[in-house]
Design a protein around this ligand. Structure first.
Ligand SMILES: [Fe+2]
Ligand SMILES: [Fe+2]
Length: 275
């Protein structure tokens, strides 16, 4: 049985797909091609997205009653459903990390505190919506790089499928947070501040999570680790260079996420069946 529902891509009718992910104990510690750096890059995302996706859901829910277009409201509800499913699936993998001996719970509490207290209570609704729109541009660009660069090659199959499904849904719903920001407040300055905050969240939490996991394994100061990190960021996939190039598109005044043609990458995932 497939681990997620292989329903074709439909950005005009965003809905969560049914999932049946389980992450067995047999998943190796370095599940991505035996490479600790590449593995912990994704594990670091896994750690913080659970609470960030829950935060997005709460902010979006608070905006529902302000939406005038029922079609757009249906789309935002679909977005919330997809993010809630992502959070649910990634939360399952946290148990594997605990069983592998990583000390993650204090860090998870810090993530939760930052998003639910600092962001939600102190930042104000407008900045929260702008940060979510900026964050979603970053998740869409990461999804594009992951899928086009076939970054899950060599990954344990259930992990590969989880990340490819998540990446494909990020592409499917990539316009909705931006459209919500536009429906809430059309301000170039607000959009830019949100993009910078979103980038800070992505770079900060991936960086801290990656260092923490490598340090707990005693791998942080190994020469090979830094070689692998350089390879990940500047190797054949040129992840860092491509990420910056796509990120700055957001600063173009007439930018809209749909202008970037990435739907074929997601279509490939939803059409594929590994059985
Ligand atoms: Fe997500
Ligand atoms: Fe998303």
């Amino acid at each position: 049985m497939p681990r997620f529902e292989h329903r074709p891509l439909d950005p005009d009718n965003v809905r969560p797909r049914r999932t049946a992910f389980s992450f067995p104990h047999s998943i190796p510690r370095h599940w991505l091609a035996g490479n600790p750096v590449r593995t912990h890059f994704f594990n670091a995302i896994n750690l913080f997205v659970v609470s960030f996706e829950d935060f997005m859901g709460r902010v979006m829910r608070s905006r529902l009653s302000h939406l005038k277009d029922p079609d757009f409201e249906r789309q935002i509800r679909g977005f919330m459903g997809q993010e809630a499913t992502h959070s649910f699936v990634h939360a399952k993998y946290l148990q594997n990390l605990r069983e592998q001996g990583y000390q993650i719970d204090r860090y998870l509490n810090v993530c939760e505190h930052i998003f639910s207290h600092w962001f939600e209570r102190r930042l104000g609704m407008l900045l929260c919506v702008a940060t979510i729109a900026g964050f979603e541009h970053l998740t869409a660009l990461l999804a594009e790089i992951i899928l086009s660069g076939k970054m899950m090659r060599g990954a344990e199959p259930s992990m590969a499928e989880a990340w490819e499904w998540h990446a494909a849904e990020e592409i499917e719903h990539k316009s909705l947070a931006f459209d919500l920001l536009m429906a809430t407040r059309r301000s170039y300055l607000l959009r830019m501040v949100g993009a910078l905050l979103g980038a800070l969240v992505v770079a900060g939490f991936i960086g801290v999570g990656l260092v923490m996991l490598l340090r707990q394994e005693g791998l942080l100061w190994r020469k090979q680790t830094w070689k692998d990190l350089k390879e990940l960021l500047f190797g054949p996939n040129r992840m860092a260079v491509r990420a910056v190039a796509i990120f700055v598109e957001y600063f173009r005044p007439g930018f809209h996420p749909s202008q970037r043609d990435t739907y074929a990458l997601a279509e490939e995932v939803f059409g594929a069946s590994r059985g």
